[in-house]
Design a protein around this ligand. Structure first.
Ligand SMILES: O=C([O-])[C@@H](O)[C@@H](O)[C@H](O)[C@@H](O)C(=O)[O-]
Ligand SMILES: [Mg+2]
Length: 511
C-alpha cells in the first residue's frame, strides 16, 4: 500500500468567544485536514492544528512521504525528523537542558537520516563553577566506526546532563540524561523542534492507520490492541464566555460570566449530550469566583465528577489554598500552577490529584515529574504526542508509573474526535472521561453526519473499518473557503482579547 498522493487542506470554522487564561477564542478556529491516498485507491484521514507555520511544515513533510508504504511509519517519522531538523536526525539541531545546579548542556547533532551515514555529536557542559567541558564525536554508520573524539576542559563535578547520539553506537557509552532524569525536578528546556516532529507526524500516523484499518476490514481501535470499552465517555467542557463576539450577534450558548451562567451552560451541554462529568476552564477570574462556580456546579449537579483547569494561572500558594477549599468537590485539579517544581509543591499539599497537559508534554518530562510526584493524572493528546501508536506508548508509560489518564482537547473537528475515540477505547488505563471541544463546534464538521453520536456523554466506538468516518467534500470546500477569507492565520487568544481590553496580559501565574 504505497502512498501516491497526500492532500493537505486548511479549514476554518466559527468559534464562540471562549475565555481562558491566555485571552479569548477568536471568531474562527483553524484546523488542517490531511488525506493520504494509496496506489490501491484507499484514502486515510488525519486532522491537526491549522496555524500557518504548522500547515507549511505538514505540507513540506507530506512531500517526503510519497512512495512509502503505509506501514512504514518509523521511516515516515525519521524523514519528518530529518526535514524538521530534530536533534541528531536532521542537518543541524541543538538541544539545551539546564539542571537544578545551573549546569547547562548543549548537544548539537549533525546527521543525514534516514539513509544517513555520518553523525556528529557535540556536547558542551558548563558547571556551576564555570568549568567548561566540550566533547565532539564523529561516527560513521552502519559499520559503527568512530572516527574522532575530542574532549576539552576539566570533568564537571555535577552531573553532565545530555547526550544525543545518532548513527552507530559509540565505542564508549555516551553520558545519558541524568539531570532531566532520576531524582531532580529541575527546569527543563525542550527543543521545540522535537515537539514539532511529533505534532507534524501525528496526522500522517492517523491517516495511515485509517488506511490500514480499511484494508484489513477492522476499526482503528483493533490496530491499537482492541477496544476495552464500547463507548468513550467525554466531559462537559465549560468555559466562561461572552454572549457573542463583540462584532457579532449573540450565539446560542449565551453569556457565562458568573456561577449562575456557568451552571446554565452546564445544563445546556448536559441536556444535549448527556455528559456525566464536568470540566471548567478557569484562570479567567480571581480564584474565589471560580471556587464559587465550582461550588454552584457541585450543588446543581450532585454526584457528577468536577475538574477545574486554570492553565497555570495561579501561584503555588493560591493553588494550595484553592485545592484545600475544594476538598471533596474536585475529582482532580488540572495545571493550577506553572512547571514541574511548582506542581510538585502543590501536589504535596492538596487532597486531590493534579492533572496536566502543560508540564508533561514530552517523554523527557516523565522522569523529573515522577521523581517530584508532581502529577497523578496525565491528559493524553495524540495531536502532540506523535499520533495514536506513540500515544499508546505514553499510556504504557503512565501505567508503569501508576498515573491515571484522561484526554486533552483543543478546538477540533470530527476526524480528531474519531481518532480520540479509537485511542481511548483501546487504552485500558484511560479511565477518566476525556475532554472535547465538540459542543463548541456547534454542528460544523468536515465529516459526514451520523458516525459519531453522543449517548449519555459517551461516543460509541465506530466499528466500521478504519476511523469509521467519511469526508464531506462539500463541507471541506466551504470550510477551506472560510479559511481563505477569515483573515486569521494563527491562533492568538491574547491579541484578540487586547483588541477589547488593551491592558490585558496573559502572564502566568496571575493570582
Ligand atoms: O480551548 C481553550 O481555550 C483551552 O484552554 C485549550 O486551549 C487548552 O489547551 C486545553 O483545553 C487545556 O486543557 O489546557
Ligand atoms: Mg488543561
Amino acid at each position: 500500500m504505497i502512498i501516491r498522493q497526500i492532500h493537505v487542506t486548511p479549514v476554518a470554522f466559527r468559534d464562540p468567544p471562549l475565555l481562558n487564561a491566555a485571552g479569548v477564542h477568536e471568531p474562527w478556529a483553524l484546523r488542517t485536514i490531511v488525506e493520504v491516498v494509496t496506489d490501491q485507491g484507499l484514502t486515510g484521514l488525519g486532522e491537526t492544528y491549522g496555524d500557518l507555520d504548522h500547515l507549511r511544515k505538514v505540507r513540506e513533510c507530506a512531500q517526503a512521504l510519497i512512495g512509502l508504504d503505509v506501514h512504514a511509519t518509523n521511516t515516515m517519522y525519521a524523514r519528518i525528523s530529518a526535514l524538521l531538523g530534530a536533534p541528531g536526525t536532521g542537518p543541524s539541531a541543538t538541544r539545551t537542558a539546564t539542571n537544578p545546579t545551573g549546569t547547562r548542556t548543549e548537544a548539537t547533532g549533525t546527521g543525514t537520516t534516514p539513509t544517513g551515514t555520518r553523525t556528529t555529536t557535540t556536547e558542551t557542559a558548563t558547571t556551576p563553577t564555570g568549568t567548561r567541558l566540550e566533547s565532539t564525536e564523529t561516527s560513521t554508520t552502519p559499520t559503527g566506526t568512530r572516527t574522532k573524539t575530542t574532549e576539552t576542559g576539566a570533568p564537571t563535578p555535577g552531573p553532565v546532563t545530555e547526550a544525543t547520539a545518532t548513527g552507530a553506537p559509540a565505542p564508549r557509552p555516551v553520558t545519558k540524561v541524568t539531570a532531566t532524569g532520576a531524582t531532580t525536578p529541575g527546569p527543563l528546556t525542550t527543543n521545540p523542534k522535537e515537539r514539532t516532529v511529533d505534532r507534524v507526524f501525528s496526522p500522517f500516523d492517523v491517516a495511515c492507520l485509517d488506511i490500514r484499518g480499511k484494508a484489513a476490514g477492522v476499526p482503528v481501535s483493533d490496530l491499537l490492541g482492541g477496544r476495552v470499552r464500547d463507548a468513550v465517555p467525554y466531559s462537559a467542557y465549560l468555559f466562561y464566555k461572552w454572549a457573542g463576539h463583540p462584532d457579532d450577534e449573540p450565539d446560542r450558548f449565551g453569556a457565562a460570566l458568573d456561577p449562575a451562567g456557568i451552571v446554565e451552560q452546564a445544563g445546556l451541554l448536559i441536556d444535549e449530550y448527556g455528559f456525566e462529568s464536568i470540566k471548567l476552564k478557569g484562570g479567567v477570574y480571581p480564584p474565589d469566583e471560580e471556587i464559587a462556580a465550582i461550588r454552584a456546579l457541585h450543588e446543581a449537579f450532585p454526584g457528577l465528577p468536577l475538574r477545574l483547569d486554570p492553565n497555570a494561572a495561579w501561584t503555588v500558594e493560591t493553588s494550595i489554598r484553592v485545592g484545600r477549599e475544594l476538598d471533596g468537590v474536585l475529582q482532580y485539579l488540572e495545571d493550577p500552577t506553572p512547571g514541574i517544581p511548582g506542581m510538585s509543591e502543590v501536589a504535596a499539599k492538596v487532597p486531590m490529584p493534579l492533572a496536566t497537559n502543560m508540564c508533561v508534554v514530552t517523554p523527557e518530562h516523565f522522569p523529573p515529574a515522577m521523581a517530584a510526584r508532581a502529577i497523578g493524572v496525565l491528559l493524553l493528546d495524540h495531536h502532540y504526542w506523535g499520533g495514536l501508536v506513540r500515544s499508546s506508548h505514553i499510556a504504557a508509560m503512565c501505567d508503569a508509573f501508576g498515573l491515571a489518564m484522561s484526554m486533552h482537547s483543543n478546538s477540533h473537528l470530527g476526524i480528531s474526535l474519531a481518532a480520540m475515540t479509537h485511542l481511548a477505547a483501546a487504552t485500558p488505563n484511560l479511565t477518566f472521561a476525556s475532554d472535547t471541544h465538540t459542543p463548541w463546534q456547534n454542528g460544523q464538521d468536515v465529516i459526514q453526519p451520523g458516525a459519531l453520536e453522543f449517548t449519555n456523554g459517551a461516543v460509541p466506538v465506530p466499528t466500521a473499518p478504519g476511523l469509521g468516518v467519511d469526508l464531506d467534500r462539500d463541507a471541506l470546500a466551504v470550510m477551506n473557503e472560510q479559511y481563505e477569507k477569515c483573515g486569521i492565520v494563527a491562533r492568538n487568544d491574547t491579541s484578540y482579547m487586547q483588541r477589547f481590553t488593551p491592558t490585558f496580559t496573559a502572564g502566568r501565574p496571575r493570582w
